[in-house]
Write a protein that binds this ligand. Structure first.
Ligand SMILES: Nc1ncnc2c1ncn2[C@@H]1O[C@H](COP(=O)(O)OP(=O)(O)OP(=O)(O)O)[C@@H](O)[C@H]1O
Ligand SMILES: [Mg+2]
Length: 493
């Protein structure tokens, strides 16, 4: 059996392909496994619902949510330190265990061959590397590590699930995935003759998701609660956790229909020092608090539609739990009156897509042609003689380039008899030819070319960077005198 795992900011979900259909592997009545971690000396490590149960009241300070958004962080619970990588490892093992137990109960194959994990389209090499290493941490009881067959971008996974489910001739769709922590938008095309061939035309992401809606409501409830009770809630973890849970249930209540219409008002109820306080939240307040968040996600969708050909997009497909909010549908409809908008399996689509990909991923011929999801460039001096501290990054491969792609750039040595050149290669989202080194860019590899002596300052050194559809990046530095050095690295796609 192969598993597709949607490792989400708030919830994770496993699915597998069985007898040509996709099956979500969760116990009856469950919609997802909370991506939540808890530790104390007495309980040890708890994950998912068990973690949520344990992390009530003052114990909330031992509870870690939304680890996917801080993959390089550390968390201290009950005096013990855990890296984000360890926490992700626990979450993935927990998802696997639940999936395997559910599969066994449904009499599906019970041996696990490997997993495909979905990640936001804008996750770079380093983030995937952390998830990969996390998957390799064996389960606490000495169980086997997870064999990661590959990664798939969340909106692409959603598109796979959508294309598989609908036999319509609609081939180019915009996926709008508003989850717990990120909003991923991508334009994905299926070749209508070979449905197993997909092209990601464009993709982008903002770090905005359901949790930001929660925070806005939490802030509002806290303020009103402090006004009513005269108590300063401050950083008290027990109260904060209580308010967070109430804020989430208020948010969900606004997505429920009563007698055919959505609710106009919802009340939050919070107990403080034995007294219950009631805080009314109207739909108007809810919308005002969160309008800016919604607008930022819609602007991202507009950006993608505008930089591509609007006429060719046949449908907007909304996935992600937060797409259940009626304001999301409404907002999209107002901005894209010409394009039909539909909501498709908001909680399940990504896990289903990941499980479809898990089936095909070793057949490279059949699957996923792609574009560069990032730009790749090399660091150099802007003008060494004027200012040896002023460095820039020159992009060779641009985000959006069709793969496979090779680009070259000529650099020059900065002094006479230079002994070597060392290129640091950076990954970034910047779609420009060059940018300042301080900007948001992640070093991913280094190429060092030893030079023969007696080369004057200003000698050309050529750098080639190649990125292929398997995610292998190769950098070649060449002194144009017959000396080259080649460095390769597998980026996780
Ligand atoms: N009916 C609903 N109304 C409002 N929000 C909802 C509803 N159902 C789910 N959500 C919200 O959706 C979010 C979770 O969605 P989802 O499971 O797609 O995200 P995720 O996969 O955990 O996160 P991400 O994809 O960003 O990493 C949570 O913030 C949750 O509160
Ligand atoms: Mg998700």
């Amino acid at each position: 059996m192969r598993l597709g795992i949607d490792f989400g900011t708030s919830f994770s979900l496993p699915a597998t392909s069985y007898l040509d259909t996709s099956v979500i592997l969760l116990p009856a009545g469950k919609y997802g496994i909370p991506s939540v971690f808890y530790y104390d000396d007495w309980e040890g490590v708890l994950i998912g619902e068990n973690a949520e149960k344990a992390g009530q009241g003052l114990a909330a300070e031992n509870l870690k949510r939304e680890i996917k958004l801080e993959l390089t962080s550390f968390f201290i619970a009950d005096g013990k330190e855990f890296s984000a990588k360890q926490i992700v490892g626990y979450i993935l093992q927990n998802v696997k265990e639940i999936a395997m137990a559910t599969a066994a109960s449904k009499l599906i194959d019970d041996s696990l061959e490997g997993v495909v994990i979905s990640v936001p389209a804008a996750f770079g090499h380093n983030e995937k590397q952390i998830i990969l290493e996390a998957a390799k941490i064996p389960a606490s009881k000495g169980g086997p590590e997870l064999n990661v067959l590959g990664f798939i971008k969340e909106p692409v996974a959603a598109a796979l699930a959508y294309f598989q489910a609908s036999l319509a001739d609609k081939t180019r769709i915009l996926v709008y995935d508003l989850g717990g922590g990120t909003c991923d938008v991508a334009i994905v095309e299926a070749n209508s003759l070979f449905l197993e061939k997909y092209t990601v035309i464009d993709s982008d992401m903002v770090r905005i998701g359901g949790k930001d809606w929660d925070t806005k409501i939490e802030e509002y409830i806290t303020l009103e609660l402090e006004k009513q009770s005269g108590i300063i809630i401050g950083e008290n973890p027990g109260y904060k956790e209580k308010i967070k849970r109430e804020a989430i249930s208020v948010k969900h209540a606004f997505s429920e229909k009563i007698g055919g219409t959505y609710r106009e008002k919802v009340r939050a109820r919070i107990e403080v020092n034995g007294r219950i306080y009631t805080i009314p939240v109207t739909k108007l307040i809810f919308h005002e608090l969160t309008r800016d968040l919604l607008n930022q996600t819609i602007q991202l969708a507009e950006l993608l539609v505008n930089r591509n050909n609007e006429n060719e997009i046949s449908e907007i497909v909304c996935v992600g739990g937060s797409s259940n909010m009626p304001q999301v549908q409404e907002g999209l409809r107002n901005s894209f009156s010409e394009i039909s908008i539909r909501i498709f399996e908001p909680e399940k689509a990504i896990a289903i897509g990941a499980s479809i990909y898990a089936q095909y991923c070793d057949n490279k011929e059949v699957f996923l042609s792609d574009i560069a999801a990032f730009s790749y460039g090399a660091e150099c001096f802007r003008n060494y003689d004027d200012d040896p501290d002023d460095k820039i990054i020159v992009n060779l491969i641009q985000k959006g380039d069709r793969l496979p792609v090779t680009k070259m750039h000529r650099f020059k040595t900065i002094i006479d008899n230079q002994e070597r050149v060392s290129f640091d290669i950076y990954e970034s989202s910047k779609m420009v030819s060059e940018y300042d080194s301080e900007a948001d860019a992640v070093p991913i590899m280094n190429v060092i070319l030893e030079l023969i002596v007696n080369m004057p300052k200003g000698t050309s050194i050529t750098l080639y960077i190649t990125l292929n559809t398997d995610g292998i990046i190769e950098a070649v530095a060449d002194d144009e005198r017959g000396h080259t050095v080649r460095v390769q690295k597998q980026l996780y796609f």
